[in-house]
Write a protein that binds this ligand. Structure first.
Ligand code: SF4
Ligand code: SF4
Ligand code: SF4
Length: 166
C-alpha cells in the first residue's frame, strides 16, 4: 500500500512528536514518512523477523522479538532509499526497575549475552547491583533484552555529547 501526499504530510507532522525505532539506516525521522512507501519489503527481508508495521504501516524494530545482527538485509531490500546501508545506529540499552539485580536477586544474564562487552555491574546497598551499559560501546543490538528473564531493558537514542540517562 502506498500513502497519498496529503496523508504523508499529515504523518510528517505526527512524526515530529514521536520517536519510533526504525530499522538501521533509516533516514531522519522527519523525512521517513516521505521516503518510505510502507511496502513491507524490509519486513519480509529481515532474517530475524524483528520488523513489524507501526500503526501507520511503517516499519519499526521490536527487539523483544530478537536481536538485530545489522546484516543490512532490510536496507538492501528497500527500493525507495528510506533505509540506507549502515552497520550502526544511535539506539542504546539501559536497565529498567524490573531488573532482578537491582532488586537484590543475583542475575548476570545480560552481561553474558553482550558480545560487545558493554555491561558492567556496580555494587549498591542491600546486596543489589546495577547493570550499566556503556553507551560508547553498546550497539543497541538487543541481545541483552532477548536474554533478560524480566524484559528489564529499554532503549533510548544516544547523542555522543549527551549524558547517559540514569
Ligand atoms: S539489519 Fe538485519 S536483523 Fe537488523 S532489522 Fe535489518 S534485516 Fe533485520
Ligand atoms: S538480564 Fe535483566 S534482570 Fe538480569 S541483570 Fe540484566 S537487566 Fe537485570
Ligand atoms: S544492546 Fe547489545 S551491545 Fe548493548 S548492552 Fe545490550 S547486548 Fe550489549
Amino acid at each position: 500500500m502506498t500513502h497519498q501526499p496529503e496523508r504523508r504530510s499529515f504523518l510528517r507532522g505526527q512524526f515530529r512528536h514521536k520517536t519510533v525505532m526504525r530499522p538501521p539506516g533509516a533516514v531522519p525521522a522527519d523525512a521517513f514518512p516521505e521516503a518510505c512507501s510502507a511496502c513491507g519489503d524490509c519486513l519480509a527481508a529481515c532474517p530475524e523477523s524483528i520488523l513489524l508495521k507501526d500503526e501507520d504501516g511503517f516499519p519499526k524494530v521490536d527487539l523483544s522479538l530478537g536481536a538485530c545482527t545489522f546484516c543490512g538485509d532490510c536496507a538492501s531490500a528497500c527500493e525507495t532509499g528510506a533505509l540506507l546501508p549502515t552497520t550502526v545506529w544511535d539506539w542504546r540499552a539501559k536497565p529498567t526497575a524490573e531488573c532482578l539485580s537491582l532488586q537484590g536477586v543475583t542475575c548476570r544474564t545480560c552481561e553474558d549475552h553482550c558480545d560487545a562487552q558493554s555491561i558492567r555491574f556496580r555494587l549498591a546497598t542491600g546486596g543489589r547491583s546495577e547493570p550499566r551499559m556503556d553507551p560508547d560501546t553498546c550497539t543497541g543490538c538487543g541481545a541483552c533484552l532477548t536474554a533478560c528473564p524480566t524484559n528489564a531493558i529499554t532503549f533510548f537514542q544516544h547523542q555522543p555529547s549527551e549524558e547517559t540517562p540514569c
